[in-house]
Structure formats: structure tokens, C-alpha cells
Design a protein around this ligand. Sequence first.
Ligand code: BGC
Length: 760
Amino acid sequence: MKLCLVALIVLASFNNLLSQTKPDKKMDTFISTLMKKMTLQEKIGQLNLVSVGFDVTGPVVSKNVDENIRKGNVGAVFNTFTPVAVRKLQEMAVTQTRLKIPLLFGYDVIHGHRTIFPIPLGLSSSWDLVSIGKSARIAAEEAAADGLNWVYSPMVDIARDPRWGRISESSGEDTWLGSQIAKAMVKGYQGSGLGQKNTVMACVKHFALYGAAEAGRDYNTVDMSRRRMFEEYMPPYKAALDAGAGSVMTSFNEIDGIPATGNKWLMTDLLRKQWGFNGFVVTDYTAINEMVAHGVAKDLHEAGALALQAGVDMDMVGEVYLSQLEKLVKDGKVTVALINAACRRILEAKYKLGLFTDPYLYVSESLAPQVMMKKEFRDAARDIARRSMVLLKNHKQTLPLKRTGSIALIGPLANNQRDLIGNWSGAGDWKKAISVEQGIKDLIGNALVVNYAKGANITDDTLLIKRLNAHGGELAIDSRSPDEMIREAVQVARRSDVIVAVVGESQGMSGEAASRADIGLPGRQLDLLKALRETGKPLVLVLMNGRPLTLKWENEKADAILETWYAGTEAGNAIADVLFGIYNPSGKLSVTFPQSVGQIPIYYNYKKTGRPFLGGVLDKYRSRYLDVTNEPLYPFGYGLSYSTFSYGDVKISGNSMKPGGSIDVSVSISNVSTFDGEEVVQLYIQDKVGSVTRPVKELRNFKKVFLKAGETQNITFTISEDDLKFYDAAMKYWAEPGDFNVDIGSNSRDVKTAMFTLTK
Ligand code: BGC
């Protein structure tokens, strides 16, 4: 069944890709005819994207929207949905404007629309491409039934700095995994092709390198070598485009001194000429205007010229194109040809979405209630949520829990609903989310006594609470003092058999403009855990957070730790399933957890240095810290299971590969436990000597396999020359002959190795 689904999606997206790249004469003629009728101002109007409604993600808000739509000054709107609201604006565009051109309707559908799935960092931890694709498919079904035809996802920025709040929206640190996820998401959104009632156009963001903001501070400068850019950061964008994504969003940061939104090398030379992208490019929120603050344009006039000349087609909220382009043409600073090209690309998107045939294709008042949050979608959300959870520690099989006796359910997130759906879940209704308390009670019923205590506030910082609540948070400070709350929790723990402490961040502590310099548990939560530890009762931590946290004490002292991210609408049910062994955890980290914030940036595929630390305690002139080891707390790819998997030695079909050839590597893996379970078998390759320095290893493949208790399977991977390629000193992409290590294992650290040679 799963295979069938994958095959269908692959075939559909191949057709989709073909339909996007092959010339479409009918479309060209239609658009040429239309454009002949358009005035310059009407063409400029198509380049204008306005925000209508509630969600504001920048300091500026669109004004006079209705009037501008009627005048033909608007090409697309976002932040509004429901068939009724969309119909109203679409009607305005197709009945009250001179040329009756329909609008695009966009929205930040990031991890589900009405049914909310785990945050992207959580989704990526499932290493389950079928499930990830399914989450995007369901999101598209709901979004399209809500009048939308364009979603601002996937975000494919490689993110390695847990201080950066937007790491929560990413697929983590790895290029190869991130690229597979990028493809799965685009295929999920765009389904069997654009122009269907239940598909939406994807928008790949943020092009490019946004995840590399210095010091993890949002919107900060990025500076990166071309080598790192092409080897590590660019492939996921390219993968999303190869999967047929119809649009691209610019990033806020600069690249080589020029903001992405005004960067011709990026938007034209690379994106269009080198990669052959033929969709349209939209700016991020007011990113053209921000080029003035960046200091590359003295005013909006110059900023508008920079963006258009760079190849940026649509202006999100900034209205710089609307206010400046006509004058820029008059002043001879931009050509009408550039405006024509941008306008054509936007009209093409509308054509591909079927809007010229039926502007109300996505607007059905009767469909919406049948589609939204239907049982099938909620069931899928529960299953995907369970798959995204990562078991970080399980001392003496503390988990799964017994279904009898009593548990102390403690912590500010234990009966919380708001935070479960995470950030970027604008259309999600947190009141429909299942809390952990609810999930446990529904699953186990009366056989288990659940004793609840809040134990701590998420944070006691009143200014921070004010800031978070001003943007959708629901944080409150308990009327009792922190010490009183801890005392009550300890009493509750004393009269229970086991403690389940649900702790972490509030959802608004990650996401956009939510960087943190200290990434430990906020507020008094660690003090709470320390007091609970003193009771001597088994201590299980259920974590909710949008980034890797520093968890040194927690890792040493807790008996079990389950990372659940923000698991979405079905969070509480999914967490209960895992805690009580209905589902055996199978997630693996897609991002490294540091021991200390001072180790950042820390990631598994680092480069070798000339003075590597080799373990000598007294060694001085080595690449190391005085106060912490170089190791992460949990490495990339790490995650436990209730099963125990044992790996055999890596067997290789030959110890040399010819250019253009391939070799097979295999490993036997046994489930030596009494639990059926799934394991993500990971394959890494290390190029031992290159003409330029190479990473210590790079993920090149993985398989998620199910093994019954006691079962052994032989897993085979094929390695081809393509898996060995990189950019040499002259930036030529090829595979240099030489020796390679192949590591196979259950995470990036615990592997078994074999070797082969790529011959000349
Ligand atoms: C974010 C984008 C988002 C856009 C529209 C921006 O602030 O960076 O990711 O798509 O707002 O809401």
C-alpha cells in the first residue's frame, strides 16, 4: 500500500515536472493575448502581494486592500482563507477590475492547515518520507478546501544553530536528508499536478542560506564560502525545484554582501539560468524595503530597481513595486521588458493553477466542512506525531509505563493545549488539540490513577510572557510562588509510582524572531526536576521544544527522556501511545544536541582539522575546549527504541568501484528484544583524502525497516559514483579516485565501517 502510494506520488510529480518545464503554446498564446491588453500599471499590479486579515509577520500592514484590488493593483493576497472570505475578494478581482484577472491566495501552511502535524523539525525526526509527504498532502487538501492555492512551504533552509528560533521550521542540519524531505513535501503539496481542486502550489523558502544567520540571531548577516554554499546549503532548494515547486521566496539575509532580494547572481544567474527554474519568485515580507536598512539602496526607488533587476517577480506587502516601478521606467532605470517578464511568470502560475478557467476552483462552501479535520486526517496526524518522537534515554527500560498503579503527571505542559500545535499553525485551533493529560486518560481509563500538579510556570519572566502573549501566546503566571508549586509537585510525586514531567519551551520561544542565547529549560523547570529527582521515584521527562536544548543534568539524572517537539493536534494521544508502548518509538534526531551552548555550531559532518583531539587528557595543542568535551550530548541520527537492534559487520560487494560503476554494501540487523520495532539504518560515506578537505562523514542513504521481535534482516544499499561527488578546488563537481569509508549504523556516531577504492 505504502509502495503504491510512493509510486503514484513519484509518477504524478514526474508528470507535474514535465508539465512545468515543457513549453505550453496554449498558455503562451493566452498570456500574450492578455498582456497585450494590459497597461503598464496593470502589469505592475500583478507583482503586488498584499496581506489581508489577521496574521502579521512584520512591522508593516497592507492598507486600502479592497480599493487596490478593484483598481487592478493587486496580483495576490495572503493571510486570508475560508471559502466565504476568498470568494468575496476573488469576486472583486474577476467582476470589478477591467481585465478580470483572478488573484492568487497564499498562506503559511507549514505543518498542516487545520489538522496540525508536528513542527517540521519533528517531522524530519521521523525519517519517514512517506509520512512526511502524506502530511503535506493532507495540508494541501485542507488548504485548497479553504480557498487557498499557494502555500509558503517547504522551508528547506539547512539549520545548525539551535539558538535560531526558526530551526523549528527546518528539517535540521543535514543536506541529504533535507533534500529528500524537500522533495517529499513538494510532491505532497502539488500532488498529481497543479490545477486540481485539492492541490496547491508550493513556495520553496527562504532562498537562500537563511539558516546560517550569524550567532543564531534572526535576520542577521550570513557569510559563507561558495564551497559550503553549494555542498551543504543549496542542494535542498534545488531538490525542491527539481520536484516541480512552482515558486520561490527570497530570504532576508545577504549573500556575499548583497541581500538575497536584490541579488542578481542568486535569482537570475543561479536560479534561472543555471538551474532552469521557470516559476516565479516572491520576496519575503517587506524584503525589498529592507534593502534600505541593509544599506544597499538609499531609498525605495533604488531598492525597487535592485529587486526587479535581480529577477524578483512579486513584492510581499512592501508595495515598492507598486509605488516605484512606473517612475523607474520613466527614469530609464528599469526596462518594461523586465516588468513584462515578471508579470508573465505570475500570470503563468495563475494559468497553471487553473484560475483563468475557473477563478473559484478552490472555493467550495460545501466541500470545506467535509474535508477539515476529518477522522482520517486526525488519525494520520496521530500516527505521524508518534513517528516524529525521539527516545533520548531509557534507563533500565523505565518506558514503556505500566498501565496500572499511579503516575504523577507534572509540569507546565502536562495539561496544556496551546503550545502543542507549535508556531506557524495559524489556521489550527489549539482548543482542538489533545493535551497529554487527556491523551493518557483516554488511552488508559480508570486502571491508572493520574495525579496532576503544574509544578512550575514555563517561564517566570513577566516581560517575556508579555512579548510572547502579544503574538499568540497563552502564557500565565500561577498565583502561587514557584517554591509553593514545586512543593505541591513533590507531594504529588511522593504518592505516585512514577513521575512523568512534561517540560520545555512555550511554542513562541521558537519560530520567527524567537532566538535564544540560553537554550536550557526556561524558568524554574530545572529546579522542579531536581526536587522531583530527590523523591527517588522513577523520573520520565516528556520534552516539548522547538530546538535542541542543552540537557546535561536531565540526561544524567532522568530515567527516561522522550523528545516530542510540538506534536500537533493529536499530540496528547500520540505521546500516550508512546509512553504506554502502543507505539514503539522510531524517531532519530535530524539535528545535533550540544552539551553546551558554547559548542555551537556543532554538527556531525564537520571538517577534519590539522590538530584533531585524539583523546589525550593532558594534550594541549589540540582542537578542544578546556571546560567541555568536543562531543555532542546526542549526535545527529540518534534515537532509541524499546527494541534493541544489533548490527552485524558491513559487507561490501567488492573493494573497488570503477568510474561510473556502483557497489553494494549490506549489513545484517537483528531485533534482539521482545518488542517489535522500527529502526532507521543509516549509511554515511567518508572520502579519506581529497584535493580539498572533506567532512568526516556524510549521510548518503538510509532505510527505515520494521523488525519483529527476534527477527534478523539483511539490508543492502547501492553506492554509486554520484554519492562520492563533491566540488574540487576549481569548483568542478566530480568524484575523485581514492579510498572511501562506508559507515553503517543506528546514528552518526555508532557505526560499523568498511572500505573501498574508487579507481581511476
Ligand atoms: C517569514 C516567511 C513567511 C512570510 C509570510 C515572513 O516573515 O519569514 O517565512 O512566509 O513572513 O508570512
